[in-house]
Design a protein around this ligand. Structure first.
Ligand code: NI
Length: 175
């Protein structure tokens, strides 16, 4: 079942999410449905709060290996990199965001096993972006106040449920 992706302004995106205590059939179904939703939306990352479920769970697929991150945490980060970033909850908005260049993260997989992943560049960015979602933090919180003021109108449009995409515009790979 494909979910509707919540957009900026909708409550669950700002709520803190609860840890997953047990990997049940419901959780497995949620993960499957999130993959379906993310692939349909042509995203490369999706966090549970974006489909209205405030659990500490996210998925990422930047094209090689799909990742399931249950109760993830970043245990090490290093370097800095500023890159264009988008988010499925902000259709059509791309902003430059500074993130750590490399991270080491730890998470539980769908089979209940704990794993560590070393990531850099886009994958590291995706992990940081999705983990932010679990704390109710959005990528626009990481841009300057001045820039936020400049895109006030765009943010209002998204809040009103409008997309900023032009019909013939190529979509980025939103997180
Ligand atoms: Ni996002």
């Amino acid at each position: 079942m494909k979910y509707r992706v919540l957009h900026f302004g909708e409550e669950p995106l700002r709520a803190a999410s609860e840890p997953v205590t047990e990997i049940t059939d419901d959780i497995r179904r949620l993960v499957d449905d999130m993959f379906e939703t993310m692939n349909e939306a042509k995203g490369v990352g999706l966090a549970a709060p974006q489909v209205g479920v405030n659990l500490r769970l996210a998925i990422i697929d930047i094209g090689d290996d799909p990742l399931i991150l249950i109760n993830p945490r970043i245990i090490k980060s290093s370097g800095k990199e500023t890159c264009d970033e988008g988010c499925l909850s902000f259709p059509g908005l791309t902003e430059k965001v500074e993130r750590a260049k490399k991270v080491v993260a730890e998470a539980t997989d769908i089979d209940g096993s704990l794993y560590q992943i070393e990531a850099e560049d886009l994958l590291a960015r995706a992990i940081q972006h999705e983990l932010d979602h679990l704390d109710g933090v959005l990528f626009i919180d990481r841009i300057s106040k001045a820039r936020k003021l400049q895109i006030k109108h765009e943010l209002e449009m998204i809040k009103n449920g409008e997309s900023l995409y032009d019909d013939d515009e190529e979509e980025e790979a939103p997180l």
